[in-house]
Design a protein around this ligand. Structure first.
Ligand code: AHG
Ligand code: MN
Ligand code: MN
Ligand code: MN
Length: 334
């Protein structure tokens, strides 16, 4: 039987080998992993756990919150509050930041998350997930304010996502490649199942919500028209399209077999921002994709280089197979 490597063992080995993962960061990742197990459990109950449907409230983005958006947010907050590894948290589902309450010790990290990604898929039993990003709090800072979170994605020390699908997986980077763990549901353990995931530079697959085509700007229209033209068009090959409407699931497919994912800004948005959020969707995914050899831009610049101005800032996203991301980005510059 092949030896099973747990998440804990993997992190400790990385710490010994590269001295790269301080023990507080290891604790943080393990706690997030544990919270994702609880979320996976709640998601898996579905109608039997009375967790489906709307919570009857709205988040700061103006989206109707599903019960599982709220439950997942609470699971992540409760799991991470007391361990002493964090200075504060921020989430898609909370208007402002969540400093660690005074009754608990404080740590040096900041955690941001999209507790449940793909909310529109919850009630129809399609893959959904959790996305998270970890930053270091500024030196000497005791109680963080919102501006302490506004660091560019290059400053992330870890990022990851979980997918609650046919299998529950956790994909993680600490800046040393991308590794995938599968949840052994009987044992309740994360087991390393893919080391050093790599995104092929070329692809014949793209992902975009084509119902927005009439609002697209010319560079996106051009790119999509060209791939749709197939083998007799300028690209000289046929492309296939996939759109799951859960970024986690679309990105997970791309990490496994390549592809390009696009959520562009479009003509409906006065400030040209897209739909996805920079701090807890685009940045962590861009870090993971780059660590796997892919690329991620907003059409104009590398996502990880963007200086954030607001916690819930939106951003256009083009990510995945390097040559395709470079092509669609170059169309923006012409
Ligand atoms: P969330 O459920 O966290 O609000 O994020 C949803 C996002 C992302 O997961 C997905 O790629 C996109 O919204 C889907 O958008 P469409 O509804 O336009 O398909
Ligand atoms: Mn949402
Ligand atoms: Mn999301
Ligand atoms: Mn969400």
């Amino acid at each position: 039987m092949t030896k099973r490597i747990s998440l804990t063992q993997h992190l400790i080995e990385q710490q010994r080998l590269h001295n790269k993962i301080p023990s507080e960061l290891r604790l943080l990742i393990e706690v997030v992993g544990r919270a994702c197990k609880s979320i996976s459990h709640a998601v898996g109950k579905g109608a039997l756990g009375e967790v489906l449907g709307s919570a009857g409230s709205e988040n700061v983005q103006g989206e109707v919150q599903k019960k599982l958006d709220v439950i997942s947010n609470e699971i992540l907050l409760e799991a991470n509050e007391w361990g002493g590894h964090l200075a504060g948290m921020a989430s898609e589902e909370m208007e402002t930041i969540h400093p660690i309450p005074n009754r608990y010790p404080k740590g040096e990290y900041l955690l941001m998350f999209d507790p449940l990604d793909g909310s529109s898929n919850i009630d129809v039993n399609v893959s959904i997930g959790t996305i998270f990003s970890v930053l270091k709090a500024p030196d000497g800072m005791t109680t963080p304010s919102e501006k302490d979170f506004l660091q560019p994605g290059t400053k992330q020390v870890a990022a990851g996502y979980a997918v609650y699908g046919p299998q529950t997986v956790l994909v993680l980077t600490t800046g040393d490649g991308v590794h995938c763990f599968t949840l052994d549901r009987e044992m309740g353990a994360w087991v390393l199942t893919q080391r050093d995931m790599q995104i092929p530079a070329d692809t014949k697959e793209f992902a975009i919500n084509a119902s927005n085509a009439r609002h697209w700007y010319p560079p996106v229209k051009r790119y999509v028209d060209e791939v749709l033209a197939g083998s007799t068009g300028p690209r000289g090959k046929d492309f296939n399209m996939r759109w799951i409407a859960s970024m986690v699931a679309d990105v997970h497919r791309i990490l496994n077999r390549g592809g390009v994912f696009m959520y562009p800004a479009d003509a409906r948005e006065p400030d040209k921002a897209g739909k996805l959020r920079l701090m807890y969707e685009a940045n962590p995914m861009a870090f993971i994709v780059e660590q796997a050899g892919g690329a991620a831009t907003n059409g104009d610049q590398r996502i990880l280089d963007i200086q954030p101005e607001k916690l819930h800032q939106r951003v256009a996203v083009f990510l995945g197979s390097k040559n395709e991301v470079e092509r669609v980005t170059s169309y923006h510059k012409e």
